[in-house]
Write a protein that binds this ligand. Structure first.
Ligand code: SF4
Length: 690
């Protein structure tokens, strides 16, 4: 069991370390003296210090050592710029960058890709050269969507991956923990620091029976979202178990894990099983499947009697297809009720556009099941009533369905095949069939449907469903259509029922890799220069922050006292600002512009002060209300800054007597060192230099 097995086919330097993972788990089992769930084993198997780490689900902060890091092109820009300021010659944890978010769907794959390469040239050049310089795998525009590429190439049972994207949990379909994080966390791990995560609670979802008819794996998560709502998974890992787990494909499990992000879950996972082994074999990774088989009854399995913090049971035998929406992914309606609910709520009944694919649902199985429904309709002389878009998740999927004929089936149906990229899922969609403000319905096999997400039109009623249901809606062109009970009319006016979907889990002739869209880091990286133009408005090299001067800061101005809702969207808006994700100075211009200033009751109107930030909390929340925006403050106690020890805020009102209040903080020893050094990366740079 201790032979060396590569983590993937693309890197010669990364190996799976099940032996170490299992040793960690045994140490924790010994200490906790209780059985562990599958997700717990994967987490604790990656602890930095299993002997001393405090472990209490929902309470302790775990220090973890992820196996790899993945970033998409919008988030990678700042992450790499930050990493560069650590002055290291390469990433300390295997990492990849994926170009998928910046490609706009307009007329179809090849033309849209060429346009994006032109518009985003400087960003792509920067990412390509920086990846080459710092030993990061680079997936060029056109390669596909980050989560599909990870599943096809990098995910493996038992791994711990972090990724700068909310739907990173997709890789849970291969029995691993894959967690979406912010760019700063990714940089820490790239720089070799342990990664901190509050020990999640474990939500067990017991699947019993077997799906039938029009039901698909997507319907499991659509139903679960209806039960838990968008917040029900917060602070929890969803762990699926039960006899239903082994009845569907690995890519189906990935779909379920992907959309676990919609219930706020930290991540979702399935225990290692033979569907995963089959997918590993089909993607050229039989060595990993064999290695996982050796550990399937130890590391890669929940302990007998392991307890979950809560359990939800879903009976697959009676699972109906669902459609979720509009405007939120947790408004779940079973297909038998859609007609009645849609009419009662005044949802627009005509389906204008059906969209399949995306990172959530573009497996070979999804594509073949949709294509077979279309072939059945075509045999009766029908084509799509709605517009029909296909977003393949990867070049491998696109090439395979091109070879096997499904792509032509979609085109004959009236469909447009978009670039292998996010496209309409993230609003990168130059939609022409309606005007902004027109009330209309679209149905997609994507994961999110918040207001205006797909087409920028707040009046669009977007619903999410399985690709099979999206295809059926596109054929009927009507949201009231239930393919299980409702007949369609063929070209001669005769009635018929669509056949139940059927497809192939894996391609019988193997996957066709298509064009080579991967750039491996070169052997000699010393001569590579990272391409950043000094005049660029989209990219800017970072200069390190100054270290702390060792004194308590005095007479600090109040930057803004915010009132009302202050979410991350108010703190740093998206939309047009996305363009500046690689330019600190330009993106900083949006800082807090959405928040309402207590001083004047207006948004985007603050005094212009320049300084740094230290996140502290008022011990007595009422003290916040005593602060006036034109006060100045001292922070006292930084010279003896220590974990768990409160600081003092001395407030100097403009007119009046100074007063003091207590501030708490959550800094640990290591983070205090980062503060003193000016940033975590300064500290890393100093340690690296030493
Ligand atoms: Fe995110 Fe959509 Fe792209 Fe998936 S396809 S990574 S959900 S934007």
């Amino acid at each position: 069991p201790d032979s060396k097995v590569h983590m993937n086919l693309l890197e010669s330097h990364s190996f799976i370390n099940y032996k170490k993972n299992l040793e960690n788990v045994k140490i924790v089992q010994e200490r906790l003296k209780r059985p562990l769930t599958y997700a717990e084993k994967l987490l604790y198997g990656h602890l930095d210090n299993p002997h001393e780490q405090e472990i209490e689900r929902g309470v302790s902060y775990l220090q973890l050592r992820p196996d790899r890091v993945a970033c998409q092109d919008a988030t990678a820009q700042m992450a790499i710029l930050q990493f560069m300021s650590a002055n290291m010659d390469q990433v300390q944890t295997p990492s990849t960058v994926h170009c998928d978010h910046l490609i706009q769907a307009q007329v179809g794959g090849p033309k849209d890709l060429a346009r994006a390469c032109d518009l985003n040239k400087e960003v792509y050049d920067f990412l390509a050269t920086a990846c080459a310089k710092y030993n990061i795998g680079f997936w060029k525009p056109g390669s596909g969507i980050i989560h599909q590429i990870i599943l096809e190439n990098y995910a493996f049972p038992g791994a711990l991956l972090i990724g700068c994207d909310s739907h990173t949990p997709n890789a849970g379909g291969l029995g691993q923990l894959a967690i979406g994080v912010g760019g700063a966390d990714a940089v820490d791990v790239m720089a070799g620091l342990p990664w901190e995560l509050k020990a999640p609670k474990i939500l067990g979802v017991k699947l019993t029976g077997r799906m039938n008819g029009w039901a698909s794996p997507k319907d499991i998560i659509l139903k679960l979202a209806g039960i838990t709502t968008v917040k029900g998974g917060t602070g929890k890992i969803v762990e699926y178990f039960g006899d239903g787990v082994s009845t569907f494909s690995c890519t189906g499990m990935a779909t379920i894990c992907n959309m676990g992000a919609e219930i706020g879950a930290t991540t979702s996972t399935f225990p290692y099983n033979q569907s995963m082994a089959a997918y590993l074999n089909a993607t050229g990774r039989s060595d990993i499947a064999k290695f996982a088989d050796i550990y399937q009854n130890t590391f890669l399995k929940a302990d007998e009697g392991a307890e979950y913090d809560e359990v939800i049971e879903i009976d697959l035998n009676t699972l109906e297809p669902h459609i979720n929406g509009p405007f939120t992914p947790d408004l779940a309606t079973p297909i038998s009720k859609v007609k009645e609910v849609a009419v009662a709520n005044g949802w627009p009944l005509e389906v204008k556009v059906g969209l399949i694919g995306s990172c959530t649902n573009s497996s070979y199985e999804d594509m073949t099941r949709s294509a077979n429904i279309i072939k059945d309709a075509a045999a009766h002389g029908l084509t799509s009533k709605a517009l029909f878009n296909v977003s393949p998740g990867s070049e491998q999927i696109r090439a395979t369905i091109a070879r096997d004929g499904q792509l032509k089936t979609f085109q004959d149906f009236g469909g447009v095949v978009m670039a292998n990229a996010c496209g309409p899922c993230i609003g990168q969609w130059d939609r022409q069939d309606i005007k902004k403000g027109d009330k209309n319905t679209i149905v997609s096999s994507f994961n999110r449907n918040f207001t205006a997400r797909n087409d920028g039109n707040p009046a669009t009623h977007a619903f999410v469903a399985s690709p099979e249901m999206v295809t059926a809606f596109a054929i009927a062109g009507d949201l009231r259509f239930n393919p299980i009970t409702d007949k369609l009319k063929d070209k001669d006016g005769n009635e018929f029922l669509l056949e139940e979907p059927h497809g192939e889990g894996l391609p019988a002739r193997g996957y066709d890799p298509g064009e080579n869209t991967y750039q491996a880091p070169p052997k000699d990286r010393s001569t590579v220069t990272v391409a950043v133009s000094p005049t660029s408005d989209r990219l800017q090299l970072l200069t390190p922050f100054k270290p702390w001067d060792g004194k308590d800061p005095e007479h600090l101005p109040i930057l803004i006292k915010a009132v009302g809702k202050t979410t991350t969207d108010h703190i740093s808006m998206a939309g047009p600002w996305l363009k500046y994700r690689g330019h600190l100075q330009n993106i900083s211009n949006n800082y807090m512009i959405g928040a309402t200033n207590a001083e004047n009751g207006e948004a985007n109107k603050v005094k212009n002060h320049y300084t740094g930030l230290l996140p502290l909390n008022f011990v007595d929340k009422a003290d916040y209300d005593k602060i006036n925006p034109d006060d100045e403050v001292d922070i006292i106690g930084l010279t003896t800054f220590a974990p768990g020890k409160n600081l003092t805020l001395r407030v100097h009102p403009k007119d009046g007597k100074s007063w003091e209040c207590e501030l708490s903080h959550t800094f640990n020893e290591q983070q205090i060192e980062w503060f003193k050094a000016g940033s975590a990366l300064n500290r890393m740079a100093a340690m690296f230099a030493a």
